[in-house]
Design a protein around this ligand. Structure first.
Ligand SMILES: Cc1ncc(COP(=O)(O)O)c(C=O)c1O
Length: 343
């Protein structure tokens, strides 16, 4: 049976071109900063997002955690959205690794209000921790791939400048945001001091993310990466796939967005499914099961019997993620199966 795997864009495997590039990659010891392919990837990544420097890291989680370590001091508080990846899914690393306390803000469809952020900044008082960092996530995973408006990013960046608080952008899928808005990614990343973006999600590289920022910040992050065991040696082998990801895989995200929208438009017509179409902006689709006879578990197992894999978000919520290995035919087949199940 053919498997149609909507669980995540992280399941994408490297393309033929990536495999060839990996085979041919020139390598060296990257801890000695002697791997030419890693250096090239870091340079391409930094230029793309308009930052001075970048650091290749094994995962998005490590990139985010290094950003927290490099921007903050122990005992500080950081502001972040209550369903953000850094708060929800990084194993409490912000407290455990960086010794930080979190001030979460409830966003509207994942997007925090600038005035809520400003209000959350601590005033100078002997009893209070100091606010050390503001984190944004664009696109927002748990909100369903929602794009943070550029105007909001600008406002938050200005708040950061006024209060001398850096802004870190969890841009795991920032290229989806750029493609979704039809802008150069720099139009987004210029409103953050640092940005982490993943090569191994919709861009199909097998491993790795980049953390970008100014030279001093990256120097600090490089040292912390070594401390956390993320100093990789002949990492050019995997960086080579990352270069292909950045050079050739960004524009095609448009296709994933098209397929995601098509899926939403098909599913919304099925009785027992609710979708907030406002959130259908990039490659993630959240659907609510509102048919009393079903819940996420039952729908997921019926889909699985038909070769369709999806993720459970809560008892009645399911997530679909489109990516390079999901075709328009897969979308039409999935919509048909969903209709058969629920109607
Ligand atoms: C928004 C966001 N940030 C960070 C990450 C972490 O990336 P990784 O799985 O490479 O650690 C993810 C992964 O899904 C994510 O969705």
């Amino acid at each position: 049976m053919k498997i149609i795997d909507f669980r995540s864009d992280t399941i994408t495997k490297p393309t033929e071109e990536m495999r060839k590039a990996m085979y041919l990659a020139e390598v060296g010891d990257d801890v000695y900063e002697e791997d030419p392919t890693v250096k090239k990837l870091e340079e391409i990544g930094a230029n793309l997002v308009g930052k001075e420097d970048a650091l290749f890291v094994p995962s998005g989680t490590m990139g985010n955690q290094l950003a927290l370590l490099a921007h903050t001091e122990r005992g500080q508080e950081i502001i972040l959205e209550e369903k953000s990846h850094i708060f929800m899914f990084e194993v409490g690393g912000l407290a455990f690794i960086s010794g930080l306390q979190s001030k979460t803000i409830k966003g509207h469809k994942g997007i925090m209000c600038a005035s809520d952020i400003e209000r959350a900044i601590r005033v100078n008082n002997i009893h209070f921790p100091q606010t050390g960092l503001i984190c944004l996530e664009n696109t927002h995973n748990m909100a369903g791939g929602v794009i943070t408006p550029i105007e909001l990013m600008r406002k938050v960046y200005e708040i950061g400048l006024n209060y001398k608080i850096p802004i870190h952008l969890d841009g795991a899928r920032v290229f989806n945001a750029a493609v979704g808005l039809g802008v150069d990614v720099k139009e987004i990343t210029k409103y953050s001091d640092s940005v982490m973006f993943c090569l191994s999600k919709g861009l199909c590289a097998p491993v790795g993310s980049l953390l970008a920022g100014d030279k001093k910040f990256i120097e600090k992050a490089r040292k912390y990466r070594k401390m956390l065991g993320g100093g990789m040696r002949q990492a050019g082998i995997i960086a080579a796939a990352g270069i292909v990801a950045l050079e050739n895989m960004i524009d095609r995200l448009e296709e994933d967005h098209y397929n995601n929208r098509l899926l939403a438009e098909k599913l919304i017509n099925i009785n027992g499914i609710q979708i907030d179409m406002d959130t259908v902006q990039t490659n993630i689709l959240m659907i609510d099961i509102v048919n009393k006879n079903y819940n996420a578990d039952t729908v997921i197992s019926l889909l699985k019997e038909n070769g369709i894999y999806v993720s459970k978000i809560s008892d009645y919520k399911i997530r679909f993620v489109t990516h390079m290995y999901i075709s328009k035919e897969d979308i039409l087949y999935t919509a048909k199966i969903m209709k058969d199940i629920l109607e």
